[in-house]
Design a protein around this ligand. Structure first.
Ligand SMILES: NC(=O)c1ccc[n+]([C@@H]2O[C@H](COP(=O)([O-])OP(=O)(O)OC[C@H]3O[C@@H](n4cnc5c(N)ncnc54)[C@H](OP(=O)(O)O)[C@@H]3O)[C@@H](O)[C@H]2O)c1
Length: 322
């Protein structure tokens, strides 16, 4: 079968013919119909991710068919028993384990969940990794409540957009940040209440002048900009971060955190329970993922180029044909 593998780092995945996967205990074959790109895939091609196995089929997100039934895959493998954190055996599907950028995958049936009926295959394929990360960050870690003021940073990102959609569904007042005016306008069009350019040095001052501050912040960037997140966080507020696209945080004044009783929490993907609850939430609220671009399976390298340029607003999806 055809699959895109990591051949070497510092190169986009390459398409080769690979042997049909062999089933292990409790595994079934899923014929993939769509997959989507996560920033993780880009980090892997840059050699900036632990546990890279050269030759592995890439891709964490997927939707596919078994007979006439459609499923999505929970890409969080072997989370373990505890809800507080993952076990040492935890892995993300798609390097080192063979992932979804192939025509078929052999996958333990416990990771398969029925495709939400209101979603197309492309939409469903964009949900798993980013959706569960956003759900755990916002609902499980930040414990968001209706009416909370929530800031979602870097709204062009896949996780950020799900966090925004989930917060809006919860009845929150949602503020977004971006490097791009058009992305802010698009987010407001989708229901966000306000938006700020994080590239404007005065954005935090402006937010405080406009709405006082926010109760909850969901961030995937960290870096030097994190200091401003603490400034705009209300006393008693919660900041949850799931990524570090902008690097280390080196400029924090601890007093600004402890005196104002701010909680800062890290989060990573989610448990089987989180995933199942996320799918229920998406079904109940009829949430449709934001797709920026749907490309053909053959065009996987183009998807990486788009993500590397940072121009996307939402998910980059690959649609598979026979
Ligand atoms: N821990 C986990 O489980 C987990 C899960 C998923 C992702 N992640 C990590 O989270 C990050 C985002 O992942 P993704 O897949 O959502 O990526 P993505 O779709 O490529 O989105 C990246 C977004 O980051 C935003 N950004 C870049 N620099 C920023 C800055 N200085 N301040 C605020 N936002 C900034 C940009 O937003 P604008 O274009 O709007 O400026 C960009 O659209 C990555 O680092 C990824 O590895 C972690």
């Amino acid at each position: 079968m055809k699959a895109f593998i990591i051949n070497t780092t510092h190169e986009y995945p390459v398409k080769i013919s690979v042997p049909f996967p062999v089933l292990k205990e409790n595994e079934v074959y899923l014929k993939l119909t769509a997959s989507s790109l996560n920033h993780r895939d880009l980090w892997i091609t840059k050699g900036l991710y632990p546990g890279i196995r050269i030759g592995a089929i890439m891709g964490s997100d997927g939707c596919g068919m078994i007979d006439d039934k459609a499923y999505i895959i929970n890409p969080g493998l072997d989370w373990g028993e505890l809800q507080s954190h993952q076990s040492s055996a935890f892995r993300v599907l798609g390097v080192p384990d063979d992932g979804t950028f192939g025509q078929f995958i052999a996958i333990n049936k416990k990771y398969l969940f029925p495709k939400p009926e209101h979603l197309s295959h492309a939409e469903a394929a964009s949900l798993p990794l980013a959706g569960v990360t956003a759900f755990r960050a916002l609902i499980k870690k930040a414990c968001v409540c209706p009416g909370d003021k929530v800031l979602i940073t870097g709204i062009g990102g896949g996780v950020a957009l799900f966090a925004m959609q989930f917060a809006l569904a919860m009845g929150c007042y949602v503020v977004v940040s971006s490097s791009n005016d058009l992305k802010i306008a698009e987010a407001i069009n989708l229901g966000a209440n306000a938006g700020y350019l994080y590239t404007n040095p005065d954005w935090a001052k402006n937010l405080i002048a406009d709405i006082g501050g926010v109760d909850i912040i969901i961030d995937g960037a960290c870096g030097d900009g994190f200091e401003k997140l603490i400034k705009v966080c209300n006393p008693g507020g919660r900041i949850v971060f799931y990524g570090a696209t902008a690097g280390k945080i080196e400029n924090i004044n601890p007093q600004s955190i402890f005196w104002r009783q701010i909680s800062i929490m890290g989060t990573t993907m989610g448990s089987q329970e989180d995933f199942s609850e996320m799918v229920d939430f998406v079904n109940n609220h009829k949430i449709s993922p934001m797709i920026y671009k749907t490309l053909d399976f053959e065009e996987i390298a183009k998807g990486f180029e788009i993500m590397e340029s940072g121009s996307q607003f939402g998910k980059i999806v690959f649609s598979y044909t026979d």
